[in-house]
Design a binder for this molecule. Sequence first.
Ligand code: IPE
Ligand code: IPE
Ligand code: MG
Length: 247
Amino acid sequence: MTVADASGRFPPGIDPSHVPAHVACVMDGNGRWASRRGLARTEGHAAGEEALFDAVEGALEIGISWLTMFAFSTENWRRPRDEVRYLMGFNESLLVRRRDELHDKGVRIRFAGRRDWRVPRRVLRRMDESVALTEANRRMTLTMAFNYGGRAEIVDAVRALVAAGTPASRIDEKAIRAHLYFPDLPDPDLVVRTSGEYRVSNFLLWQLAYSELVFTDVLWPDFRRQDLFEAVAEYQRRERRYGGVRS
Ligand code: IPE
Ligand code: IPE
Ligand code: MG
């Protein structure tokens, strides 16, 4: 079922019969948003919280079933130690403050990424609690890509196949997909990246083979559901061919 806004109307410009099932976002530009205001980069991350939750509400409003957000990459450990520490604590406190609200909205929370020693144990604990709290929800699945790298995910899938003794002749696309972090996660129909950067930065490398990419100059802390709706409208103007010809 598709859900309309409080007025009962669907946002204008969006075709309700053709809403992408899975939208993935690279939430980028927090640091620049802060620098332009003479603030510390961490203030930009804090300001990104409102954007994240407005995007979640917008996604719910138009009936997007899968939303995946890039929150911390396997390369983001290269940042200054204080910024990394801030991001870990921020993500932890965000879960504590917001998980009940997400649960009430029928959102299932999941985390994609490596649970390595660098992620503080208390952050892992909050992640596990949020997953357990919301695991029966089905209105929308919100996957937070955290300590996530697309290459790492493929490496982990291949390692799992080898560890299971899979013969080379049995390694095909289906086998690799079955060993990704969430085999049931559909490929994103639409990937949105903010802040005017035109790159993928190691996000969902396997899954985005045929995703439509939309780039916007909006910096993540300024992103609101209207920007999501514009990206969806742009997606709806695209023609997906998957290597075939126009039908
Ligand atoms: C995205 O914003 C948030 C994370 C990568 C954690 P940035 O922090 O990358 O912001 P810019 O790109 O430096 O402006
Ligand atoms: C990608 O943004 C990672 C996240 C949004 C979490 P980055 O800011 O880390 O990407 P680059 O360094 O500009 O490629
Ligand atoms: Mg960035």
